[in-house]
Design a protein around this ligand. Sequence first.
Ligand code: PHE
Ligand code: ZN
Length: 892
Amino acid sequence: MREGTVTLIRREDYLAPAFWIRSVDLSFDLDPAKTLVTSKMRIERNTAVAHGPLCLHGEELNVLRVLIDGESVSFRQDGDLLLIDKAPDADFLLEIRNTCAPEKNTALSGLYTSGGSFFTQCEAEGFRRITFFLDRPDVMAVYTVTLRADKAKYPVLLSNGNLLESGELDNGRHFAKWHDPFPKPSYLFALVAGDLVAREQKVRTRAGRDHLLQVFVRRGDLEKTEHAMNSLIASMVWDEARFNLPLDLERFMVVGVSDFNMGAMENKGLNIFNTSALLASPATATDADFSRIESIVAHEYFHNWTGNRVTCRDWFQLSLKEGLTVFRDQEFSMDMAATPSARAVCRIQDVRQLRATQFPEDSGAMAHPVRPDSYAEINNFYTATVYEKGSEVVRMYQTLVGRAGFEAGMKLYFERHDGQAVTCDDFAQAIADANPGSALATRLEAFKRWYSQAGTPRVRARGVYDELARTYTLTLAQSNPASPGQEHKLPQVIPVALGLLGAEGQALPLQLQGETEAAGLERVLVLDQAEQRFVFINVAVAPVPSLLRGFSAPVLLDDGLSDAELLVLLQHDADAFNRWEASQRLALNRILAAVRSGQALQLDTAYLEAMRAVLKHAGLDAAFKELALTLPGEAYIAEQLEVVDPQAIHAAVEAAQIQLAAALREDWIATFEANSHTGAYSPDPVSSGRRALANLALGMLVLDAKAQSRADAGVWLGRAYQRFKDAGNMTDRLGALAALVNGHAELAEPALAKFHAQFKGDPLVIDKWFALQARAAEQGGRVFAKVRQLLQHPDFSLKNPNRARSLIFSLCMFNPAAFHRADAAGYVFWADQLLALDAINPQVAGRLARVMDRWTTLAEPYRSAALEAIRRVATKPDLSNDVREIIERALA
Ligand code: PHE
Ligand code: ZN
C-alpha cells in the first residue's frame, strides 16, 4: 500500500516463468496467532527462458530459513519478493520455513480464521500470503500437505485430494496428510481445520467409479446442507451426461464458512463456500437462495474441468474458466428446469442480471474487455464482464456451431489441453477446429473481437415490406461507442436469432433471397459487417420481426417497433424470452418518455390492458407473469439515458408501480388468492413461480392500499401482517415483510422486530433483515436515515463481508433513490464506509468503490457531489491498491 498512482500489469508483457515448481510438500503447524509453514519444493529451471534469479512471491510473511538441497543459501527480500540469485541450473530442492498470522488476517485472503476454524482462500494471489511461491497459474505442482493442530479444537483437518494418513501427536495434537495427484496452480490449494460435521453421500458414476461426497459445516447447520448435496449430485450427473466429464477424485468435499469475500471457490476436491451460497432450509432460505445455491454448487463443481483440469495461463485469461463455467452453470439450471417455459424463465433471469450489472459496467469508468489488457489489482477483475459477458460469448459459440458442434469443440479442447494452463485463443481455436466451415470457423478472427473490445454493441434493425414483390428487407447495423483506451471499434460477429410473425401472430416461413425453399420458422442471421441487408422472399404479409430471440447476443437492440408490434410479440411470439422482452419494452418506452420529458408518468389503457391480459392469461406460468409484470430495473433504465437523474427515474418507476397497482387491483386480488397457497414447500420452478407472483401481488395490494388511502386499506395491510406471521417458509415470510416495509406500513416496525427476535441466532437470516431495510423503497429520506441508524445496531459489523454487503452495499448499489441524494449525504456515507472497510478488507472495499463507476453520467447536483466524494477518497494516502485502481479509473 502506498500513495500515488498504481502500477499496471500488462497482458502483452507475459513471460513464461524462469522456473517450474514440479512438486511441493507443505506442512502446517496450525496456530491462530502464529502458524508455522514448511515448504519443500522440487524446482527446475525453465530452459526456454534466459537465466536469472529465482524470484518468489510472499506477502506479510515472516521468513525463518531458506535451504537449497539441505544447505542454507543466501537470499534477499525486496518488497513482496524473495530472491535467490544463485539458484542451481540443475533440479534442486528448495526448503522454506516461515510463519503467518491467521487470526490477524481480516483481508480473508491466504490463511485466516473464522468462527474458531482455519480456512484458506488462494485465488487469485492468496497463496503468497501463506508461503513463498511462484504464485501464478501457469506454475503447476503436485501437492502433499501435512496438517498438525490441536485435536480438541480442530478435530477435522482437510486439504486437497486424498487422505494418505492421519493420527495422534503429543500434547493433544493430531495430524492428517493429504495428497492431490493432479498438478495444480497454487490458487487451487486449500486447507480447512476446525470443529465441523459432514453430510456424506456415496455415489457411483455412469463410468462405474465410486465417490464419497462430503459437505462440512458447523455443528447445527447440518440439516441445511441437504439441498447443496442434492445440487452436487445433480451437477455430477449432468456434466457426465451433457459433456462426458466425470469426477476424477475419490473424494469431493465442500465446506461452508461465514466469512468469505465471494460466493465460493473451486479448490481442487475441496470447494470452500460462503455459507450464504450453501445453507438452506425452507424456514430460513428463499426460493432465490435455493436456486442460487444450486447454481453456485454446480458452478464450483464444473470448475473441476473448466478451470482446474484446464486452467488459465495468466490472469488476463480469467474468462477462459469463468465465462465458460458460468455458461455451464446456466445451461445446467436450464436443463434442470424441465419445461420450455421454465427454461425461458432461467434465461430471462440471467439476462436481467447481465443488464443490471454488466451493461452499466461496460459503459462506465471500469469498462474492460472480456480478456482485459491491463490491471493493477487482479481482484478488481472478477467482474460481470469477465463472468456474465464471458458466458454470453461462450453462448454465442454454441449458437454459431450448434449444440452438438459445441460439445465436439469441448471434447477437442480437453483432448488438446487437459493438464495445461492455456489462453482464450486456445479455447476459440478448439471450438472452431472442431467445426470447420461453420459460421464461427469462417469468421474466427472477427469473432475474437468479443474478447478484445469493451463496450456493449448497439444493433439497429429496420425492416421494409414490399407488398408487390412479397419481400421483407431487414437492414441490420452495428456500432460500439468508445471505451476507456478504445476509441474506435471494429464490427463484431453478432448472431441474431429471429422469426417473423404475421399481424395475427402466426409464424411465417423464412426464405432468404437465393434459397430454393424456406428453412424453418426461426433462424440465425450472422451480422459481421457495420451494416448488412437480409432479403426474405415469399413473405405473404407485412411481418412483425422478432429479433435477437433468446437474447442471442449481448447487445442493445433498437428495432424501432411500435407499440402495436410489441403487443403482437407479447401475445404471440413463439419465443418466450421475446414475449417477456416486449413487456419490458412497453414499460421502458413509457418510463423513458416520462423521464426525458420531465412530465409525470401516465400509463395508458393499451399498456394496462396488455398487462391485465398477461396477469389473467390461463396459459402462462406464474413465474413468467411475475417477470413480465415486474418493471425494468432502475440501473437498466439509466443505461438508456445520456444524463442520469436517479430521482427522476425512481419517481417514474414508482408512479408506474402505483398505477399498475391501482388499475389492476381486482386482478392482483384474484392473483394473490390463486397463488398464495403452495402447500408443502419445495423449491421447484412451478411453486416458486407461484410464490413470486403472490409476493408481487401482495406488494402491489399493500402499495395500493397506502397510495390510494383506500377505505379498506387496513384489510390488505392486515393480511400482509398475518401472512408474515403465519408463513410456512421464508419466501412467503420475507415477501410479506417486504410488502409492509416497502409500503411504509405502520405494521412494518413491529414485523421487523418480530422477525429479528425470531431469527437472531441465524446470521444469514439477519443479513436478510438488514438488506430488506436498506433496499426498501425510499420515501422522504426515511430509508437512508434508517440505514445510518442500523450502522449502530449491535448485530452490525464491517468485518463480516456478508453483513457489510447486507447493509452498505444494499444501500449504495441497490437503492439508487436512497443513495443519490441532493444533499450528498449518500456519497459522504459511501466515502466513510469505504475508507473504514479498506483498512479491514481491500478486496471487499474494491467492490464498494465501484459504486461510483458511472458518476460522469449523473445529472447535477449529483455529479459534482459525487466527484467531491471520490476526490476525498483519492487524497487518502494509504489506500489499498484495490481501491486506488478503481478510484483512479473513475477520475481518469
Ligand atoms: N473462482 C471463484 C468462482 O467463480 C470466485 C472467487 C474468486 C472466489 C476469488 C474467491 C476469490 O467460482
Ligand atoms: Zn467461477
